[in-house]
Design a protein around this ligand. Structure first.
Ligand SMILES: Nc1ncnc2c1ncn2[C@@H]1O[C@H](COP(=O)(O)OP(=O)(O)OP(=O)(O)O)[C@@H](O)[C@H]1O
Length: 618
């Protein structure tokens, strides 16, 4: 009877010796994770902290064991099963990430192998982001604060090329509220401005010129971090702390600045604290959980978007960055429409104590899920008009032939990069590399960058128009393409869901939601995708005569004119090419009137879950 009322912790302590023997006899099997090539832009690591004195003193064994032989990026985790009768046995799991740092590892090792490369990247105008994830007490703050010190050292030791102005800002996100940790924890707002840039409105940025000034800001912010008692650790953090370092290059005025984010996330187990009765704490826990889960989707989404930008041009990956304040704040990191590339490092912090093995399992599973396989695709066939198909040699040859006089030295601009890699280089870095060739001026470098990008944009537009043609052409084989799909699945696209509809000419089955191509003329010509007379797309809403007298089109011309019933005209919403090739923006509130005669063909569009609208006011 006594054993039934024993807590899990007492059970672990009682069976600690048996547990250790079972672990010593354990023969590691192959990693259960699918083999994945490391993604150079998103590195996922795990850091297992040492056991704390009090954990050892209570008699808890270690439950998490990095492999020392074979795949050293795999971690074994053993639970102790509590059977209704008989002896406890092991329940073992393994998790694989890109790097594992065991209890003896120092923060300097993590810095040197993973984080240090982010600093010159941001110095050159790129985005670098570090996240520390894990349960309360697993070592996130220990890791981030150590890494911040190393970053301060690298940024301020004068060894990076050129002059920069450096600014720091440290904010805390608690639920949906943000506070400035460098301004007495004043409340600030996370807002998206009319250019779509997320602003931390009200947060003060401090210009820093010395390492010691930077460290004193970091220390001041740490002292102010919001804390509230939890079941496990009474100094636990229940908020995300975001340290943003902005690096401005005065020689590249007008170019975007480099950004480095170091983020100490809130404790990941918050929502699993079952003994919370206080409703504010429950709400807070739910918000933390949501923000971490959205973060996972965003990191994966961005990695997929980057991988697919080259392997499947035209496919739009969905990154739900608007779904939490944390990811909204990091919009430019996650927004798949951003042309700027971002390097991300995740450190999953793990508490090795057997008593916390459940939370550690969740942390390691989270980390494993962040690893998105780099799409394996056949090397693209070289096309002189498509930079995304060029290898390093082809790229260098193009640089030397097209960079003007004097020629930009290809080995300085692209020492190792392929075409797609050079496209991802931050602009200031591209320009600085061009300027390394003697005699090249800023104007020449900018003009050359423009030429390279124009070629790329033209090549993606060409790919988009091919995919549009494919969409129209597929109309004849709709039945084949949609065979076996349920009605609900069919409704994820603009396909007419009624069986047999593909044999009826589209003009005889006009319906709301049908997408058509047409050639806008007169005033509407502005909305054609390629100038007057070129086809454009619109989505049918209703017959024009069905709407009220006050309804006007986008130019303010009344839609329902007298006698319209006799003419077959339809109120439509316009579709315009979106930033990504092959994707279109639907402007539901920009109306045009299209006659049946003007319609050319039905176009099939696939719906994407990113097609959402957001509150203008909340
Ligand atoms: N690698 C390590 N080596 C030595 N001590 C460590 C290590 N990692 C963490 N610790 C110690 O463990 C304790 C908990 O670490 P820390 O406060 O960083 O956890 P945390 O994950 O940030 O927790 P919270 O979510 O509550 O902020 C601290 O006393 C810290 O000094």
């Amino acid at each position: 009877m006594a054993s039934m009322t024993m807590t899990m912790e007492e059970f672990y302590i009682q069976h600690a010796e048996r547990y250790k023997k079972l672990v010593a006899a354990f023969k590691p099997g192959p990693s259960t994770a699918k083999p994945t090539d490391p993604n150079p832009d998103i590195i996922v690591s795990a850091r297992i902290r040492p056991m704390m004195e009090d954990e050892t003193a209570q008699g808890f064994p270690e439950g998490v064991h990095p492999r020392t032989k074979g795949n050293t990026n795999t971690v074994d985790l053993h639970e102790l099963r509590r059977p209704p009768r008989g002896l406890p046995s092991l329940n073992s799991f393994n998790f694989t990430v890109d790097h594992v740092f065991g209890p003896e590892s120092q923060t300097a090792q993590i810095y040197d192998s993973l984080v240090q490369p982010l600093v010159p990247w941001a110095w050159g105008g790129g985005f670098g982001t570090l996240f520390a994830y894990g349960q309360t007490g697993s070592g996130k703050t220990f890791t981030v604060s150590g890494l911040e010190r190393h970053v301060a050292e690298t940024l301020m030791d004068g060894n990076l090329d050129g002059e920069r102005k450096i600014y720091i800002c440290i904010v805390e996100l608690a639920g949906q509220t943000a506070y400035d940790l460098l301004n007495s924890r004043k409340q600030i707002s996370v807002l998206e401005d009319s250019f779509g840039t997320t602003q931390l409105a009200g947060a003060i940025e401090h210009h820093i010129t010395t390492k010691s000034a930077m460290l004193s800001y970091i220390d001041a912010a740490a002292a102010l971090r919001a804390t509230s008692p939890t079941l496990k650790n009474d100094t636990s953090s229940r908020s995300h702390a975001i340290c943003r370092i902005r690096i401005e290059n005065p020689a590249m005025a007008g170019e975007e600045d480099g950004l480095l984010y170091l983020i100490d996330l809130a404790g990941s187990e918050a929502a699993r604290d079952k003994v919370i009765h206080d409703t504010t704490r429950m709400k807070e826990a739910r918000e933390i959980n949501t923000s971490l889960s959205v973060l996972k989707d965003c990191i994966r989404g961005r990695a997929l978007a980057d991988a697919e930008a080259i392997s499947k041009p035209g496919k739009k990956a969905y990154v739900p960055f608007r779904q939490s304040t944390l990811t909204k704040t990091l919009k430019h990191v996650f927004d798949p429409t951003s042309a700027r590339s971002c390097k991300t490092v995740v450190v999953a912090c793990v508490n090795p104590c057997l008593a916390d093995v459940f939370a550690s399992k969740n942390t390691l599973r989270f980390a494993e899920l962040l690893r998105v396989p780099v799409a394996k695709f056949k090397p693209p066939v070289f096309n002189p008009k498509v930079p995304a198909t060029w290898n390093n040699e082809e790229l260098r040859a193009w640089i030397e032939q097209n960079s003007g006089t004097p020629k930009v030295d290809g080995s300085l601009l692209a020492p190792t990069e392929s075409g797609p890699q050079l496209l991802r280089l931050p602009i200031p870095e591209f320009l600085s590399r061009c300027l390394k060739t003697a005699g090249v001026s800023q104007e020449q470098a900018r003009a050359f960058h423009g030429k390279f990008w124009k070629l790329h944009v033209d090549s993606t537009k060409a790919a988009a128009s091919t995919s549009k043609t494919a969409a129209v052409a597929s109309e004849t084989s709709v039945e084949k393409a949609t065979k076996g799909m349920s009605r609900m699945e069919l409704l994820d696209s603009s396909v007419d869901p009624e069986p047999g509809s593909d044999v009826i000419p589209f003009k005889q089955r006009i319906r709301p939601g049908m997408v058509i191509s047409w050639s806008p003329s007169g005033e509407y010509a502005k909305f054609s995708s390629g100038g007057t007379g070129k086809s454009s797309m619109a989505i049918i809403l209703s017959p024009a005569h069905a709407v009220g007298e006050r309804v006007k089109d986008l130019f303010g011309t009344p839609v329902n004119k007298a006698g319209l019933e006799d003419e077959e005209k339809y109120l439509c919403a316009i579709l315009t090419p979106a930033i990504l090739p092959g994707a279109y923006d639907l402007s539901l509130w920009r109306h045009v009137v299209v006659s049946l005669e003007e319609m050319e063909t039905e176009v099939l569009l696939e719906w994407d879950s990113a097609t959402r609208y957001y509150y203008m006011t909340v």
